[in-house]
Design a protein around this ligand. Sequence first.
Ligand code: GDP
Ligand code: MG
Length: 214
Amino acid sequence: MSNTRDDEYDYLFKVVLIGDSGVGKSNLLSRFTRNEFNLESKSTIGVEFATRSISVDGKTIKAQIWDTAGQERYRAITSAYYRGAVGALLVYDIAKHLTYENVERWLRELRDHADQNIVIMLVGNKSDLRHLRAVPTDEAKAFAERNTLSFIETSALDSTNVETAFQNILTEIYRIMSQKQIPDHGDDAPRPSSAGPITIEPTDDSGPGRKQCC
Ligand code: GDP
Ligand code: MG
């Protein structure tokens, strides 16, 4: 694995997980950061964020991936969740068409609350549920192209494409960041220091990233 020491990195990218409740966001996160999967939905146990470092072009990229604690159920995700995020995985469930229909609503939410340059990847999760598929791959792919999103299908259950999804979005963010300085939007978005590597500082990086609960 390309894990490196947690406190040494060239870039720190905040990536948020969004999408309807039950699509598998928390399991995508646990699969990527801990190689764990849980059959039961434990939406009340809130992990604020988890981190994992990967290497791209010899640079260490620390991904700080934020997960909701189930607030998406109540449409109560706050703007703090999106603050400083440079990437978003917009997840739906390939076996539940409504979660795909709601992608439009999530895109509007991103437009309203996130940085306009945020890199968005559309993720059709639960690709293992072949017999229950309700969203054709081609349809989602075409939708993603029309909206200039990248697209991938994953399974947090059998691990298909989970690494690739995170690798791809982090690489895409890295390519953009290493090509240009981040424009100053005049808002409270974190900015890189004047010299040295571009580091997108998230709102809080002090703790181990896991909230204990219950
Ligand atoms: P969240 O509400 O979006 O965070 O979704 P969860 O990660 O809590 O997952 C909701 C339910 O879907 C749980 O019962 C998971 O076990 C299940 N689940 C998550 N990912 C997959 C997957 O890739 N395949 C299948 N078959 N089930 C999954
Ligand atoms: Mg969850």
